[in-house]
Design a protein around this ligand. Structure first.
Ligand SMILES: *Cc1c(COP(=O)(O)O)cnc(C)c1O
Length: 378
């Protein structure tokens, strides 16, 4: 990249070895779910300390499958955060259950665990916390609440592969954990996802739910006794995902380095003193899926983004609060319901961060940010 190139907020990094491996799969005569999928699942299971792990065609469907495995449906409530990608709440609606939002902690931007118990009713069946930007939620508090109230937990860890909670990998312990391999995530399989299952779960059912519910036994060597969908991962995707998984530790180490550089460079332009909120400086546990700042309320985010883009810096919005989308407003949610999520959602800005970024790209971003904030009177 030259200095004048546009700097995106993220970009996948697929190496030549993986590209050659994909060509081999394509020539092999078996391109959908097969040996590479098995190999990828085994490598993922090893990564998560030997737990059962299944791949799926997206990180959205993994969460839907987890909800179905738990028998969650009409009449049930699932507690989640309003500040996430809309998939997090959509899957609750998809199984016919009711999403119940709990406001975020404005510092971590994750669900505020201290507010969860007040939202629990006799209909509550599960907690669906999100590790936003890869910063782990307070899992001690969340699992303690789940245990006290007999609730299941599905961690939306779409952004948190490689994140740690008290030294343990997210997904290697606890109840269900769902990961996404969308191209924007820390590793990709183009599209795809995986579900880490607790040891007591029905792994065979979780597997059958991704392919029409087909069971390899009984009449004519197969039977169908449960309605499954079609959400298997192709071997082409699995080959990409496997190649990426080998590089995940290096990717995440580079992300942490870049995050540390951001903290230094943003301190040098006194960003906090100018009313801009930084993410928690968690260089131990976060996988630094995103580096997000929150602009002061008087600035219009869209104008700041355009001014940065004019300087070659592309930023992102992750995310507008879910409860204010039309689909959710139609269910009775309204502005003012979750003030912290609304305030953060209105002003959060994702800065460029991906492993192939150079050190000098960080200062390119912070120099541009410094100039743009001055332009807007900060
Ligand atoms: C990406 C993402 C998802 C959905 O994953 P897909 O693979 O795109 O279906 C869900 N939740 C969060 C928080 C995400 O970032």
């Amino acid at each position: 990249m030259t200095e004048n190139d546009i700097l995106p907020f993220t970009r996948p990094d697929i190496d030549e070895e993986t590209i050659a491996g994909v060509a081999e799969v394509l020539r092999s005569g078996w391109i959908t779910t097969g040996p590479w999928n098995t190999r990828f699942e085994q490598a993922l299971s090893d990564y998560f300390g030997g737990r059962p792990v299944l791949t799926y065609s997206s990180g959205t469907v993994t969460m839907e499958i987890a909800l179905r495995l738990l028998g969650i449906g009409p009449g049930d409530e699932v507690i989640t955060t309003p500040l996430s990608w809309v998939a997090t709440a959509n899957v609750i609606l998809a199984v016919g259950a009711t999403p119940v939002f709990v406001d975020i902690d404005p510092v971590t931007r994750n669900i505020d665990a201290s507010r969860i118990e007040a939202a629990i009713t006799p209909r509550t069946k599960a907690l669906l916390p999100v590790h936003l930007a890869g910063l782990p939620c307070d899992l001690d508090a969340i699992y303690a609440i789940a245990q006290r109230h007999g609730l299941r937990v599905i961690e939306d860890a779409a952004q948190a592969i490689g994140s740690l909670w008290r030294g343990k990998r997210v997904g290697s312990f606890g109840d269900f954990a769902s990961f996404s391999f969308h191209p924007n995530k820390n590793i990709t399989s183009i599209e795809g996802g995986c579900l880490a299952l607790p040891p007591d779960s029905d792994v065979d059912l979780a597997r059958r739910l991704r392919l029409q519910g087909v069971q390899r036994s009984g009449l004519d060597g197969m039977d169908v006794d449960v309605l499954g969908g079609k959400s298997n991962l192709t071997d082409v995707a699995a080959r990409v995902g496997w190649g990426q998984l080998q590089r995940l530790p290096a990717f995440n180490a580079r992300r942490a380095e870049l995050a540390a550089l951001y903290f230094d460079a943003l301190a040098a332009i006194a960003l906090s003193e100018r009313g801009v909120q930084l993410p928690p400086r968690d260089l131990e546990q976060s996988n630094w899926h995103m580096f997000q700042i929150v602009l002061p309320p008087q600035l219009r985010r869209a104008e700041v983004m355009q001014a940065l883009k004019d300087r070659g810096i592309v930023t992102g919005v992750h995310y507008p609060p879910i409860h204010l989308f039309a689909l959710y407003r139609a269910r009775g949610f309204k502005p003012g319901d979750f003030p912290h999520a609304e305030r953060v959602g209105a002003s959060i800005l994702t800065l460029p961060l991906f492993p192939a970024m150079r050190d000098s790209d960080v200062t390119r971003v912070t120099d541009a940010l410094d100039a743009v904030l001055r332009q807007f009177g900060l």
